[in-house]
Design a protein. Structure first.
Length: 240
C-alpha cells in the first residue's frame, strides 16, 4: 500500500536521478550501436539489452560473440565484469533485507551503479527510515528507462552509423559525464584515482580481471580513507 511518504520519496528519487538521464541514455545508445556492429540481429540485440541490462558486461561479451568464442568463456567474462554487483548487493542488503525475496530480486535487476551511488548519498547509514524503497524505485526507474530508450535507438540506428564516429570514445565520455558529479569528497576522489591507476596498470590481464581488481581496490581505498577522515574529524589535533 502506497503512503504519502512513499509518494514523496519516489518523486524525490526521480528528481535526483533526472540529471543523469542524458548521460545514461548516451551510454545506452553507444552499446546499442555496438551490438549491431558486432553482428547481432535486431531481435538478439533487443533481447540482450532488456535481459542483460549491463553495459560493461555487454561490451566485454560482444567481441567474444563476434569471434565465436565458447559460451562458457562469454558467460565467465560477463560474470567477472559484473562481480561489482556483489559489492553493491552487500551495500544495499542492510537497507532491504526485511523485504520479500521476490521484491529484492526485482529491485536487483533494476539497480545499477549510478542508482547505488545516488542512494548511498541520501542514506549513508543503515538507520530505519520511511520511504527508502520508494526512493530507490524513483532512482532505478529513471535509470532503466533512459538506458533502454538509448539502447533501443542505438539498435535501430546501428546499421546507419559509420565506424569512423568513434563511438567507444563517446561512450567513455558519457560515463564520465554521469559519474564525475558523484565524486563529492576526498574519499571518493581517492577511490577514483586508485581504481583508475589500477585499471590502466592491469589492462592486459585476461578476462577483464583488471576491471574487477580496479573496482575492489578503488572501493577499499575509498572506505579506508573515509574511515581515516572520520577519525580525523572526531579527534582533531589540539592547538599548541
Amino acid at each position: 500500500m502506497t503512503t504519502e511518504n512513499d509518494a514523496v520519496a519516489f518523486r524525490e528519487g526521480v528528481k535526483i536521478a533526472m540529471p543523469t538521464l542524458f548521460g545514461v541514455g548516451a551510454w545506452g545508445l553507444v552499446v546499442g550501436v555496438a551490438m549491431i556492429k558486432a553482428g547481432l540481429t535486431m531481435p538478439q540485440a533487443l533481447g540482450m539489452t532488456f535481459i542483460v541490462y549491463a553495459g560493461s558486461a555487454q561490451l566485454a561479451a560482444l567481441p567474444l560473440i563476434a569471434a565465436h568464442a565458447p559460451a562458457w568463456v562469454i558467460f565467465a567474462t560477463a560474470l567477472v565484469v559484473n562481480l561489482r554487483f556483489v559489492i553493491f548487493s552487500a551495500i544495499l542488503s542492510p537497507h532491504f533485507s526485511h523485504l520479500h525475496w521476490r521484491t529484492r530480486a526485482l529491485m536487483g535487476y533494476f539497480t545499477g551503479d549510478i542508482s547505488v551511488a545516488l542512494f548511498m548519498q541520501r542514506y549513508p547509514e543503515f538507520a530505519v527510515a520511511k520511504g527508502k524503497l520508494a526512493y530507490l524505485k524513483g532512482l532505478v526507474y529513471v535509470n532503466w528507462g533512459a538506458w533502454q530508450a538509448g539502447s533501443v535507438i542505438g539498435v535501430l540506428l546501428g546499421s546507419q552509423v559509420p565506424a569512423s564516429w568513434g563511438l567507444g570514445f563517446a561512450g567513455t565520455l558519457a560515463i564520465l559525464c554521469v559519474m564525475l558529479p558523484m565524486v563529492l569528497n576526498k574519499a571518493a576522489l581517492g577511490g577514483v584515482i586508485v581504481a583508475s591507476a589500477t585499471a590502466v596498470l592491469a589492462n592486459d590481464l585476461p578476462y577483464k580481471l583488471g576491471l574487477l581488481i580496479a573496482v575492489l581496490l578503488g572501493m577499499a581505498s575509498a572506505m579506508i580513507m573515509e574511515e581515516w577522515l572520520e577519525k580525523q574529524r572526531s579527534h582533531p589535533r589540539e592547538e599548541t
